[in-house]
Write a protein that binds this ligand. Sequence first.
Ligand SMILES: [Zn+2]
Ligand SMILES: [Zn+2]
Length: 132
Amino acid sequence: MNTSFLDKIRRDYPDLKFVTGRKFAFRPPKTVVVGPEEPDDSLLLLHELGHAILEHREFGTNVMRLKMERAAWEKARELANAYGVIFDDDKVERELDTYREWLDKKSRCPKCGLTRYETPDGEYHCPKCENL
Ligand SMILES: [Zn+2]
Ligand SMILES: [Zn+2]
């Protein structure tokens, strides 16, 4: 991570806490975990900052979570423009794809393989198996 970039972000967001960790993450309400150095680390930092600015809290349903991920990337795009960081659309699509795959896997019924639906409590229900 470019330390002068991180310092600038810290100065611009004095009410947020930045700590180092094993991977980039946002811990509600105010902590951004700064992961190890990698080619796109500035972008990853802006993404987590996006979650913080949008005041994302607990992820309710998984579908909700995917929406939040997308929103945080949209915020990161604005921030990247403001800070002169190159925004890599392909990288973002790849990141979102891993979420989509994860969501897809999670929503599949382990018994019959059908796509289940999620209720607001985050529970999955199979339209086939649960109505037998
Ligand atoms: Zn995220
Ligand atoms: Zn089923």
